[in-house]
Design a protein around this ligand. Structure first.
Ligand SMILES: [Zn+2]
Length: 197
């Protein structure tokens, strides 16, 4: 069922609108370092995992730089997962090895098996120790089992349609798309341990 969503340009455009809202909020907040005004400084991306019809809209990561101290301020995103070339929605749909869902995902976007293996490892080993997950995991009762990630997390979002549940999960995960590097706000704010690709 998720593959229907992954081929629906309307779903991907909806995620663009959410990213625009998140960017708006970041801009209104002004520079986190000095309070200066933020100017548009989007940067190019070459994402994989979206339909060709929306590729142009997905070729830019919304971002700002401060007009006073020049620090970069990149808003959270429901589309991009750190520096990964594959989109956050693809990462969210990682399934156990050997499942038909997993096979379908690999075929749809030509994801190499080793990439999928790395993502699974990230969900099981790296994600649970992120400050983000540490700070929010107690909201889930009963707890989400590490072995069940990410499906176990996705299932906790209540929604009528699969697409709505995905959107809620992506919103929830958005803070992880930009973790500022402590003490060095001028470095582009990427998550520390997001695997690339
Ligand atoms: Zn500033």
């Amino acid at each position: 069922m998720c593959h229907v969503v992954l081929q629906d340009p309307a779903f991907f455009r909806f995620l663009c609108r959410i990213d625009e809202e998140l960017a708006c909020a970041t801009r209104l907040g002004r520079c986190p370092g000095c309070g200066g005004p933020l100017h548009v400084a989007d940067y190019p991306r070459k994402p994989r995992g979206c339909p060709a019809a929306v590729r142009e809209e997905y070729s830019w990561r919304l971002s700002f730089t401060c007009g006073r101290c020049n620090a970069r301020a990149t808003p959270p995103s429901v589309r991009f997962a750190g520096r990964r070339v594959y989109l956050a929605v693809v990462l969210m749909l990682v399934s156990p090895a050997g499942s038909s869902l997993s096979q379908g995902l690999c075929e749809l976007f030509s994801i190499p098996a080793r990439t999928l293996k790395r993502w699974r490892r990230w969900w099981r080993e790296d994600f649970p120790s992120t400050p983000f997950w540490q700070s929010v995991r107690e909201r889930f009762m009963p707890p989400v089992e590490t072995e069940q990630l990410p499906q176990g997390l996705l299932e906790r979002f209540e929604a009528g349609a699969r697409a709505n549940r995905l959107v809620q999960a992506l919103r929830f995960m958005a803070p992880l798309s930009t973790t500022p590097r402590p003490g060095n706000p001028k470095v582009a704010a990427y998550p520390q341990r997001m695997p690339i690709a």
